[in-house]
Design a binder for this molecule. Sequence first.
Ligand code: NAI
Ligand code: MG
Length: 490
Amino acid sequence: MSKAVKKNNTVKLDFNIEYAPAPESKASAKIQPSYDLFINGKFEKPASKKYFDTINPATEEKLSSIAEANATDVNKAVKAARNAYDNTWSKMPAKERAKYIYRIARMIQERAREFAVIETLDGGKPIRESRDIDIPLVANHFFYYAGWTDKLAYAFPNKKIQSLGVAGQIIPWNFPLLMAAWKIAPALATGNTVVLKPAETTSLTALKLAEIIQESDLPPGVVNIITGAGATGAAIVNHPDINKIAFTGSTDVGKIIQRAVAGTNKKVTLELGGKAANIIFDDAPIDQAVEGVINGIFFNQGHVCCAGSRLFVQESVYDIILKKLKDRLSTLIVGNPMDKNTDIGAINSKQQMDNIHKYLRIGEKEGLEMYQNNCVLPKKGFFIRPTLFTNVAQSSRLAQEEIFGPVLTIQTFRTDDEVIEKANNTPFGLSAGVWTDKGSKIFNLTTKLRAGVIWANTYNKFDPTSPFGGYKESGYGREGGLHGLGAYLK
Ligand code: NAI
Ligand code: MG
């Protein structure tokens, strides 16, 4: 068995590769000691007078104090958004609206490094990911929707284009700025105004975006960014003057929101949990599939709603796949997210780490076989070793419930029908992956798997042009692409 051991600050792998530390500089990250609420184009103290800490989950050090918005603050933000909608934004020619969205996109690109560093410090994801994936995708989303702004008539031919009004947007901590972009860009392109609330553990990049929005001269009130936890989110959901709720987060909160808006005129999109099947057939390119599976579940510490958390391997290639997965797992570098060598960074919060540990214990109790990378974890911060479980029954809680961490269950199958049935046997239906050499098999599975997004011979690939969203308890509505525009129009 291969081992990864940490010695004198270098990570030594048993095939004799040593990586010296390669830390990204924090110099570009300008984080203020405290942040107020961004309402009507200005930063304002919260009516609640309360602030909460945001920490770096890799070190447990405090980064800043964040204002906690109460119902009065939410009301102020909604009023600002309504006023901007009625008097400015809905009346502005689309061509003019597009210029602001392009400007925001360019400003994000110019400050990409700062955003990447702050995303990693506040949320725990490896700098390589925030630098190469999150922030470039954020800019691309703004560029993409800026492009559609004055072409909506071509996107929806023969239809009257009508915006909804004020959108309340509540986002999670796993892709903080990217989720803000997914929500804000299409709302602005279609002529709506916005009240957005980031997650309480990762508010900083949204507040940095507020600074950019201020500098971009976007008319005051078009985008309001307010911070706080669940109660603030609930005040947005229940505000009577909001026309649309867009939510990404847990299925539990999604259900609360659905109940809260039932019987109102609010339009809703919900993007909730997942339990994706990644399926490897015996004719798949084995090494490519192994790499894809590793990326599919360990990317962003498994804090991904579409993470490939259930692996199904065709029986005839099970032994070789399992061996290769274990070998690859043991070479993954877990630790300081600011180090460019790091593959797996910090778990976003202690609460999330405790939740993942709970599932590891359930797996052991259920008698599953567990295999972990045996690296030395940092003493401070929230870290979990990447983990594989084999000998997993279809009924195992690990194969049914969303863990949202670096934990993969592995099951086997013999026929196409068997794996389709097993893959579909969950309350979720967000995404799936298929690895095979045969186009016919890909088509057969993509038509029968109940999942919103299905990748073939790749995994976790995102693009602003392609829609994203789920079936069943994974929510409804689509974000991204043309579908994403429709979600903000009457
Ligand atoms: P959460 O659903 O509580 O948090 C998501 C957002 O909703 C945050 O901004 C939060 O402040 C807000 N929120 C919380 N309660 C609310 C309420 N009653 N009304 C309106 N907004 C509310 O998710 P949490 O507790 O952080 O994570 C729990 C689990 O949820 C994770 O273990 C994971 O399984 C799942 N999750 C799924 C995500 C996805 O991308 N689909 C993202 C984050 C979590
Ligand atoms: Mg934080």
